[in-house]
Design a binder for this molecule. Structure first.
Ligand SMILES: C[S@@+](CC[C@H](N)C(=O)[O-])C[C@H]1O[C@@H](n2cnc3c(N)ncnc32)[C@H](O)[C@@H]1O
Length: 265
């Protein structure tokens, strides 16, 4: 979900924020707890930046996970002013700013930990965002990404061929449906060291009809034949109430250390 910062539509912003808040009550809490336990295992950062922070809740989970001796300071940046205004009200002790992550409004080498969660697969300039994250990280600091790889999606029930083509079309609808598997290479090319990779499977056993309705709409918008999309969706709705429904996807937590002064050195 990426909101358009220039042509902002209040109804769309409220709906998008609701999607982000609702998933905190389902699978996402488990994923983000795992993410912070994984990336904070060997470090106790004291200055932390969340890139594409959305509602701001991840900073709070990071805060809870850290058992820091020195009180950490938390920063969040997001393109969307509406989300930033609400996050500032929700978490007044953290510092939020509306900005584009391809031009982060912080000097070089400011933070001990800079992370981005569930953003890079949705945006056109993921590599530029990662470069900026490296720039604002201190030498010896950590850069971390949490993201999924949509092409790892497993779905049942449904016709095998049709389900395959729908899931592939849905993966291609994302800016990068392969983001998860590409992260370790992206980290390597940025010159990061001590790269760690961990993965978690998201398991949905309840059929979330509105989510699959959105998938149907995405793929039709991207040119998938609407009659086939409709057939897939109606068969899924029907069979999900008869068979045992299962939908899984891989999420990746990738972290690396910045050991150099600037990207050009
Ligand atoms: C799917 S949401 C994830 C929000 C949050 N990280 C989370 O995990 O709940 C993606 C977020 O990235 C933000 N975003 C997208 N492109 C951005 C950019 N270029 N700079 C900063 N934020 C961006 C969107 O506004 C949105 O809040």
């Amino acid at each position: 979900m990426v909101l358009d910062a220039r042509n902002h539509d209040p109804a769309q912003e409220i709906a998008a924020e609701k999607v982000l808040l609702d998933r905190l009550d389902t699978y996402y809490s488990d994923i983000i707890s795992w993410f912070f336990q994984t990336i904070l295992k060997d470090s106790t950062p004291t200055k932390i930046l969340d890139v594409g922070c959305g509602t701001g809740h991840l900073l709070e989970v990071c805060d809870r996970t850290l058992k820091a001796i020195v009180t950490p300071s938390f920063y969040g940046v997001d393109l969307n002013q509406y989300l930033i205004t609400n996050a500032s009200q929700r978490f007044p002790s953290y510092q939020f700013e509306a900005a584009d992550a391809t031009h982060l409004p912080y000097p070089d080498e400011t933070f001990d930990l800079v992370y981005v969660a569930a953003v890079l697969a949705h945006v056109p300039r993921a590599a530029d965002i990662l470069k900026e994250m490296v720039r604002v990280t201190k030498i010896g600091g950590t850069i971390a990404v949490l993201d999924q790889d949509f092409e790892t999606a497993v779905l049942y029930p449904g016709d095998k061929q049709l389900t395959r083509s729908v899931l592939n079309a849905a993966a291609d609808y994302w800016s990068d449906g392969w983001m998860g598997r590409k992260l370790p290479s992206m980290f390597k090319h940025l010159g990061l060291t001590d790269i760690t990779v961990d993965a978690r499977v998201r398991i949905d056993r309840d059929f979330d009809k509105p989510f699959f309705e959105r998938i149907r709409n995405w793929i039709v918008e991207a040119g998938f034949p609407s009659d086939r999309a409709e057939r897939w969706f109606s068969e899924l709705c029907q069979q999900a109430s008869v068979d045992e429904f299962l939908f899984t996807r891989n999420w990746y937590a990738v972290a690396g250390i910045k050991q150099f002064k600037s990207l050009n050195e």
